[in-house]
Ligand binder design. Structure first.
Ligand SMILES: Nc1ncnc2c1ncn2[C@@H]1O[C@H](COP(=O)(O)OP(=O)(O)OP(=O)(O)O)[C@@H](O)[C@H]1O
Length: 252
């Protein structure tokens, strides 16, 4: 039997997001100034900051929707401009809502998550339907599958957006204020679900939230870094010392 090897946390997880001296401005308004930060596999990064601090701007850069004016961003070790593996990333933007007349069903909206806008639409077969059913089940909305999305409540719609983001089993889930407008019980259920996914499914999370109780309760009260007025709080899901063999570690 191989001896157990103690691997310090910094070395035993790959980088998921690397921000290297990035800056960003809208016209003349500087929002992000020379910010560097690394998110590792199985980190849960919570971003807290006042309105207008630049949280959404930062998230949009990390999922390739905005380009920094200077500096470099890497996703899963690749420069973001060359990154094509968008199935590995689930993104739930802020303030999703559908017009009540929007004709798509819940199932159609969730299935649309299979195809990022950078990929051509492919035929939906049994395998795709199975993935969709799984995502609906995880978010406990199977019973809503054939309803029109516009006719659901805000909290139900939010679950649909999460199911859509999860359909590809992403390695990284990016959530921008995912519980805004959701009732307390649904919020609690949602936080329980993402904590479970973080703790047991090796997922990496990046989440903007104004829910200080959740962020401080799960990630502690000391931010690991600041980006201007944004505090970044981090919790790693794995044992800090990672005292297990490498192979076993990657299979856990
Ligand atoms: N498309 C845009 N064009 C010009 N300025 C913008 C644009 N989007 C955001 N801003 C400005 O950039 C700053 C940061 O905005 P951002 O949405 O990133 O903040 P935030 O921290 O996410 O705020 P909130 O908590 O209100 O969601 C704000 O001053 C905002 O007015």
């Amino acid at each position: 039997m191989k001896p157990e090897i103690s691997v310090p946390r910094e070395y035993c997880h790959d980088n998921v997001i690397e921000l290297d001296h990035i800056s960003f401005a809208y016209q003349n308004q500087k929002v992000i100034s020379d910010f560097s930060f690394v998110v590792k596999e199985r980190d849960f990064v919570g971003l807290i900051g006042s309105n207008g601090a630049g949280k959404t701007t930062l998230m949009r850069m990390m999922v390739g929707l905005l380009q920094p004016n200077s500096g470099e961003i890497k996703l899963f070790g690749q420069p973001i401009r060359q990154f094509r593996d968008w199935e590995r990333v689930g993104y739930v933007p802020q303030k999703n809502s559908f017009n009540p007349l929007f004709p798509a069903t819940v199932r159609e909206v969730v299935l649309s998550g299979l195809y990022s806008n950078k990929k051509l639409f492919r035929r939906i077969g049994a395998a795709e339907q199975k993935k969709c059913n799984d995502a609906l089940e995880v978010m406990k909305i199977s019973d809503l599958a054939n309803k029109r999305i516009g006719q659901l409540s805000g909290g139900q719609q939010q679950r649909v957006f999460l199911a859509r983001a999860m359909i590809n089993h992403p390695d990284l889930l990016v959530l921008d204020e995912p519980t805004v407008g959701i009732d307390a019980q649904t919020q609690a259920d949602f936080f329980e679900l993402i904590c479970h996914l973080h703790a047991h499914h090796q997922m990496t999370f990046l989440m903007v939230s104004h829910d200080l109780d959740f962020i401080h309760g799960y990630m502690g009260v000391e931010p690991r870094a600041h980006c201007g007025a944004i505090g970044l709080y981090v919790r790693h899901s794995h044992d800090p010392e990672c005292v297990i063999p490498d192979l076993q570690h990657s299979l856990l």
